[in-house]
Design a protein around this ligand. Structure first.
Ligand code: NAD
Length: 460
C-alpha cells in the first residue's frame, strides 16, 4: 500500500492559479424543479440516516428542520428600508422536500431504520414515527476496498475485475434507482467513511489518465472516486462530505466541466471548525494576536472509530488544520500570527457515541502583547449538526445543475471545512464571508441586486 500515499504532486491548493478561460456566466434561464429528485447517499451511516429521518419528519410536519438554511433561512432583497426578506426556498426554485426520494449504498445491508437504530443518534420517539419509510430504504451494494478504510469490514460489496467495471455497476445502480423511484433528476452527497490520506497522483491528472487507471486498477483511485466518476458520467452532481480528495482532482474537474455537472467539497463544517471559522475572524477583525490554538475532541461513533486509524485521521487532520492558517494570513500579519501553534487531536472514546465534545484552548494577546485565553467547550452532536447540511447541499446542488452551473461550486463553501476552489486560489473560511457569497450567488442567479452593505444611499 505504501505507494498509494507517496507522490511528488503537491496538494491541489498549491497548484498554480489557472483561471477559467470561460468564467461562469449568469444563466439565461433556470430549469424548474419538475418531477422527483433522487438524493443518493454513498454511506448510510449516522449522518445519512439522521438527515433522511429528519427530512421525513419535517415533510410530515412533525418536526422543524432546524439548522437547514434552505428550509428555515430568509434572504434580504433590495435596500434595507424595503423590508423584503422572503424565505430562500420561495425565492429560489428549489426542489420541495415533498418531492425527494432517498437512496444510497453501504457496505452493510442494514436498511435505513436499522442503521439509524445502530447509530443511536435519534431517539425512538422520532424513529418510530418514520420507521416504515426508513425501512424501505435499503442500501445498494457498495464499492469497497478496505485498503482505503482500514477499520471497516463489510460484506455488502460489489465484485468486479476492474475499477472501470465498478464504475459501470454504480452507473447502473443510479439508473435503476431513478427508474424504480420514478425520479427525474438525481444528486449525490458522500456520507461514507473518511478514507486514508491520499495525495493527487499522475493518475488524477486528466480524464484520459483516470480512465486508464480505472482499467488498470490503479491504487490511486479510491472507493469514493469510483462513485464520483460514475455520478458525473450519469450527469449527477456530487458533493463530498468527507475530507477525502474524491472530487478535488484535475481529472474530476475536467469531467465535471465536460459533462456540465456541479461538484463541491470537502468535509462538512459542523462542530469545532464551524466555531473556529467564527471566532478566528473576530480576533483578526480586532487585530488581536494568537500564539496557540489547541483543539481536542472526544467522540465514540463509527466515524470516531474510523478516525482512530492513523491513515484516516491524517486526512481529517489536514482538513481541520487548513482554516486558521488561511484566515489569519500570517504573511500579511506576521506580528500577530507568525508564531501560531495550531494542534488538532481526535480521540475515539466509545462511551460518548455521537455526542462529541470538543475543547479549544486559545492563547491570544492584545495591547502591548498582554496575554489572554479563551476556552471553548462545545458539547455538540455530530450528526445533528451535519444532517441539515446534507439536505441543503442536495437541494442547492440540484438547483445549481438546473441553473447550468458546472464544476466547483465555491459558493457552497459555507458548508465545508476545507472548501474546494479553483486551482491555486485560497478558499474563504470565514463563515460570514461564506454566507454572503452564498446569498449573493442566489441573488445574482435570480437577477436581484447584490448586497454590498455599503449603505451610502441612506445618508446625504
Ligand atoms: N458528523 C459530522 O459532524 C461530520 C462532519 C464532517 C464530516 N463528516 C464525515 O461524514 C462521513 C459520515 O459520517 P458518519 O458519522 O455518518 O459516519 P458513519 O461511520 O456512521 O457512516 C459512514 C457509513 O459509510 C459506510 N461506508 C464506508 N465506506 C463506504 C463505501 N465505500 N461505500 C458505501 N458505504 C461506505 C460505512 O459502512 C458507514 O455506514 C464521515 O466521512 C465523516 O468524517 C461528518
Amino acid at each position: 500500500m505504501a505507494e498509494i500515499f507517496s507522490s511528488s504532486v503537491p496538494p491541489t491548493h498549491l497548484w498554480p492559479v489557472r483561471l477559467c478561460e470561460d468564467p461562469v456566466e449568469k444563466p439565461s434561464s433556470i430549469r424548474p424543479a419538475e418531477g422527483k429528485l433522487a438524493i443518493l447517499l454513498p454511506g448510510l451511516g449516522a449522518v445519512a440516516t439522521t438527515a433522511i429521518a429528519g427530512t421525513l419528519l419535517a415533510r410530515r410536519g412533525l418536526e422543524k428542520p432546524v439548522g437547514s438554511l434552505t428550509q428555515m433561512g430568509t434572504i434580504r432583497l433590495g435596500p434595507r428600508k424595503d423590508d423584503r426578506a422572503p424565505p430562500i426556498r420561495e425565492f429560489v426554485p428549489l426542489a420541495s422536500i415533498n418531492d425527494v426520494a432517498f437512496g444510497g449504498w453501504d457496505i452493510f445491508p442494514d436498511n435505513a431504520y436499522e442503521s439509524a437504530v445502530a447509530a443511536n443518534v435519534l431517539e425512538s420517539r422520532h424513529l418510530d414515527l418514520v420507521r416504515e419509510e426508513l425501512s424501505t430504504i435499503k442500501p445498494m451494494s457498495a464499492v469497497f476496498d478496505p485498503a482505503y478504510v482500514r477499520r471497516l469490514h463489510g460484506t455488502h460489496v460489489k465484485h468486479a475485475p476492474t475499477k472501470a467495471d465498478l464504475v459501470e455497476q454504480v452507473q447502473a445502480d443510479i439508473r435503476g434507482f431513478m427508474r424504480t423511484n420514478d425520479c427525474a433528476r438525481a444528486v449525490a452527497v458522500w456520507c461514507g467513511s473518511t478514507e486514508v490520506y491520499l495525495e493527487p497522483a499522475p493518475v488524477h491528472e486528466s480524464v484520459e489518465s483516470f480512465e486508464k487507471g480505472l482499467r488498470n486498477n490503479d491504487p490511486g483511485i479510491s472507493n469514493s472516486q469510483i462513485y464520483a466518476w460514475a455520478c458525473l458520467k450519469e450527469g449527477v452532481p456530487f458533493a463530498n462530505g468527507a475530507p477525502n480528495l474524491t472530487v478535488d482532482l484535475p481529472a474530476i474537474w475536467q469531467l465535471a466541466r465536460e459533462r456540465n455537472v456541479p461538484i463541491a467539497g470537502k468535509d462538512f463544517k459542523t462542530g469545532q471548525t464551524f466555531m473556529k471559522t467564527v471566532i478566528a475572524p473576530a480576533f483578526k477583525a480586532r487585530m488581536l494576536g494568537v500564539r496557540g490554538w489547541f483543539s481536542t475532541n472526544i467522540l465514540g461513533n463509527r466515524d470516531g472509530e474510523v478516525l482512530d486509524d492513523p491513515g484516516s485521521f491524517k486526512t481529517k487532520e489536514v482538513s481541520k488544520l487548513g482554516s486558521l492558517e488561511i484566515i489569519f494570513q500570517p504573511k500579511l500579519y506576521p506580528a500577530l500570527y507568525e508564531q501560531l501553534y495550531h494542534k488538532v487531536r481526535i480521540e475515539y472514546y466509545p462511551p460518548r457515541g455521537d455526542a462529541k465534545e470538543g475543547w479549544d484552548n486559545i492563547d491570544l494577546f492584545g495591547w502591548l502583547g498582554y496575554p489572554m485565553q479563551l476556552k471553548v467547550n462545545f458539547l455538540c452532536r455530530d450528526s445533528i449538526l451535519a444532517a441539515p447540511i446534507v439536505l441543503d447541499l442536495a437541494l442547492f446542488m440540484d438547483f445549481a445543475m438546473r441553473a447550468g452551473m458546472r464544476g466547483t461550486q465555491e459558493w457552497l463553501s459555507f458548508y465545508f471545512k476545507s472548501p474546494m476552489t479553483a486551482p491555486g486560489l485560497l478558499p474563504e473560511h470565514d463563515l460570514f464571508i461564506q454566507l454572503k457569497k452564498l446569498k449573493n450567488t442566489l441573488r445574482w442567479l435570480m437577477g436581484e441586486e447584490l448586497i454590498t452593505h455599503l449603505g451610502n444611499e441612506y445618508y446625504d
